[in-house]
Design a protein around this ligand. Structure first.
Ligand SMILES: [Zn+2]
Length: 289
């Protein structure tokens, strides 16, 4: 046994000598930017083309990346059926807040949108719908007067045209730069929904928080959460400081909200269009009514 061990030791030290002698030469490879993306959740390196094909969902951990409003529209509605409405409603710096005009310009460049929500009509599974999609690339999808106005116009449009309404939410809440005017949008959008007699499906995606979660986003006849979404009012740190208690595990995840009855369904992105089509068919409204 002893012999075997010493033999083995000798062989290992010989192997190490050889291995150390060998020179490794690595030529640095130039990988252009944006070819790989790191998953925010599991940190895996993902090939951008693969990510695009998986509708921006990590193949390793199923983390759903944030997507912009245009991508969302393309993934959700029947091809070529989207027609934008109320695109001319834009924010104004009514309170003369310093830097707000510049921030709007930057947001405009980053998102290619002139406000944080894209509104219009489209077909899903050949059914006509009024649809709104918030875009977190535009000032975190925050709701100012223009966003509130566009949502309200869309609700009224759905009512007038007897269309079901679908809103995809991705928002940090009310827009600070518009003070009380942004808070008023909570009451305005909720009030408009109160008059709506058609089906309203709210789809909460990552993140759905603040004054948006506390108004129209939670008022769907059916409230859906997209998989791996943060849904809540204030951030966990603020709540922890306020109530001086530890928060339960998984707080503000879509599963937590489902357990507590805040939402009705959790849907993965790849199934979203099918689920919406089924729900619309189930509640199909006779448009000639
Ligand atoms: Zn991942």
């Amino acid at each position: 046994m002893q012999k075997l061990l010493s033999e083995r030791k000798k062989r290992i030290s010989e192997f190490q000598k050889i291995a150390r002698k060998r020179e490794y030469k690595y030529e640095p490879t130039n990988i252009p930017n944006h070819v790989f993306v790191q998953c925010e959740n599991c940190l895996s390196a993902l090939y951008n083309k693969d990510l695009e094909q998986s509708h921006y969902v990590c193949p390793y951990c199923n983390h759903h990346f944030r997507i912009n409003a245009t991508t969302r529209i393309n993934l959700t509605v029947d091809e070529g059926s989207f027609v934008e409405l109320f695109g001319n409603v834009v924010a104004k710096n009514v309170l003369n807040i310093k830097d707000y005009d510049e921030k709007l310009k930057v947001a405009n460049n980053v998102s290619n949108l002139n406000e944080a929500i894209l509104t219009g009509r489209a077909k899903i599974g050949e059914i006509d719908v009024a649809i709104g999609v918030l875009d977190s690339n535009f000032m975190m999808g925050s709701m100012g007067s223009a966003v509130g106005e566009k949502i309200t116009l869309l609700i009224e449009y759905a009512e007038e045209n007897k269309l079901p309404l679908i809103i995809f939410v991705a928002s940090g809440g009310a827009r600070m730069q518009e003070g009380i005017f942004s808070l008023m949008q909570m009451a305005k959008t909720s009030g408009a929904l109160n008059h709506l007699n058609k089906l309203f499906i709210s789809v909460m995606t990552n993140p759905t928080t603040g004054g948006v979660a506390a108004s129209f986003a939670s008022l769907g006849d059916i409230n859906i959460a997209e998989k791996t979404s943060l849904i809540g009012f204030a951030g966990p740190r603020v709540i922890k400081q306020t109530i001086k208690q530890d928060l339960p595990a998984g707080f503000q995840t879509e599963n937590f909200q489902m357990e507590k009855g805040q939402i009705d369904l959790i849907v993965e992105r790849k199934n979203m269009k099918d689920v919406l089509t089924k729900l619309l068919k189930l509640h199909e409204v006779n448009q000639d009514e």
